[in-house]
Design a protein around this ligand. Structure first.
Ligand SMILES: NC(=O)c1ccc[n+]([C@@H]2O[C@H](COP(=O)([O-])OP(=O)(O)OC[C@H]3O[C@@H](n4cnc5c(N)ncnc54)[C@H](O)[C@@H]3O)[C@@H](O)[C@H]2O)c1
Ligand SMILES: [Zn+2]
Length: 403
């Protein structure tokens, strides 16, 4: 009788987990007189001294030759808080950090060899790429070792380093592998910024434009008004832009209702479907921020063709990004597959697949607000591409930057 009985018993399992982490902005984090880092671990509730591994972006270490020694001195000075389990290790900076499993595997081995446990800390100092790869490794060993991020680029202080995601490039796609893993804390140190190359200084501002265009008219006006000074590397202005942009991102993660992106929408990825494709097509010659600037301009032109944005506003966006020294066009936008299709259009399906479900693209609806659409009209996209290219022909010098 039992063999033919097909009744089912279902027990619903529902619970909530709340996350909390602080994001601090400081200067000279590893100065012995700055208590922030020691206080951050000291307040963790676990028994001190805390076992710690430190990873440093090699580009940061090169630009700040005293850094490793300063980290050691800081930890020795606060020996009641820190127990360094291994000498601070360097990670190749830039997208190389996210390229395949080797780096991740080495970090996993370090964690294993030094017997760190889930109450120990991994501290990572660097740009978004190094934060993504070290964060990924830390998030999968023991199902998550505590991570303290010290972002050192504009983009990582206002976006990549303050959120809940980690990532690694695999299978020919950006961030194909990764986890949702909120950090223990984020400690952003503005004193790292002056040594950034222009490309990364400017690239971080592209993310500020992105979030301003869909969420904050005031921030857009500010960026537009101060584009020249920001480009000339005004430190007070960049700090204000970083904080305002970071708060918009943090608000979205906290209040947007979908911090782990289980829906299909990803509003903060305005301009990113084309950007991710361009980064890969360019073999990462285009930095993330540069690619985002091009993606923003393309989607703004498209939004104008759909009547969502005025032509004048689409032009304003393009001109402000150009004035910032960001590219708005790249020849790869016209690259074709062997069968003659535009390569860039494949980015739409890849974006959909990465998010899951139906295609959802965020477009500006006027400057300062957004709308989600579920399809992009290919003819209109091609027209938008043509529009951007034509506008560049008038002023080619301003459209493509080598910075
Ligand atoms: N996890 C997320 O939520 C998220 C969000 C946005 C972007 N990202 C990722 O972030 C990455 C881009 O990060 P990025 O723009 O910070 O650049 P990056 O990490 O690629 O670093 C760029 C270069 O700057 C160097 N560098 C870093 N800090 C420096 C400093 N203070 N002085 C001198 N040189 C320094 C690095 O060594 C590297 O050569 C991309 O892989 C992108 O996908 C992740
Ligand atoms: Zn981005």
């Amino acid at each position: 009788m039992k063999q033919t009985d097909n009744t089912t018993e279902t027990f619903q399992q529902t619970f909530q987990v709340s996350y909390a982490y602080s994001v601090s902005f400081t200067r000279q984090l590893f100065d012995i007189g700055n208590p922030l880092l020691a206080d951050t671990l000291g307040g963790s509730g676990a028994a001190a001294p805390h076992r710690v591994l430190v990873y440093v972006d090699d580009g940061v270490a090169e630009a700040h030759p005293q850094l490793i020694q300063r980290i050691r001195n800081y930890m020795q000075h606060h020996a009641e808080v820190f127990s360094l389990a291994m000498a601070p290790a360097l990670i190749p900076g830039g997208e190389r950090a996210k390229n395949g499993w080797n780096i991740v595997r080495n970090i996993m081995a370090d964690i294993g060899n030094t017997h760190l446990d889930r109450h120990s800390f991994v501290i990572v100092v660097g740009g978004g790429s190094v934060l993504d790869s070290v964060g990924f490794a830390a998030s999968i060993v023991h199902r998550g070792v505590r991570l303290i991020r010290v972002p050192t680029t504009v983009l990582s202080q206002n976006d990549a380093g303050i959120g809940v995601k980690t990532g690694m490039d695999e299978h020919g796609a950006k961030n194909f592998v990764g986890t949702f893993a909120p950090p223990f804390a984020v400690l952003a140190d503005f004193a790292f910024l002056p040594t950034l190359k222009d490309k990364y200084w400017l690239g971080g501002v592209a993310e500020a434009f992105k979030v301003a265009i869909i969420k904050d008219t005031g921030l857009f006006d500010f960026l537009e008004a101060h584009a020249a000074a920001l480009r000339a590397r005004d430190e007070d202005l960049i700090e204000e832009v970083i904080k305002r942009t970071a708060l918009l991102h943090l608000d979205h993660i906290r209040c947007g209702g979908d911090p782990f992106e289980s829906g299909t929408a990803r509003p903060l990825d305005f301009g990113h479907w084309a950007a991710h494709k361009l980064e890969v097509l360019s073999n990462y010659r285009l930095g993330h921020g540069q690619a985002v600037a091009i993606g923003i301009v393309l989607d703004s032109r498209y939004a104008a063709l759909c009547g969502l944005l005025s032509e004048a506003d689409a032009t304003r966006i393009q001109q402000a990004l150009s004035a910032m020294g960001l590219p708005v066009w790249d020849a790869l936008l016209e690259a074709r597959t062997e069968t003659g299709e535009l390569e860039i259009l494949k980015g739409l399906e890849e974006f959909r697949e990465h998010l899951g479900g139906s295609l959802t693209i965020t477009l500006p609806q006027g400057i300062g607000s957004k709308i989600e659409v579920h399809e992009m009209d290919t003819d209109k996209l091609i027209e938008a591409l043509g529009g951007v290219k034509a506008s560049c022909r008038h002023d080619a010098r301003r459209c493509v930057h080598s910075a």
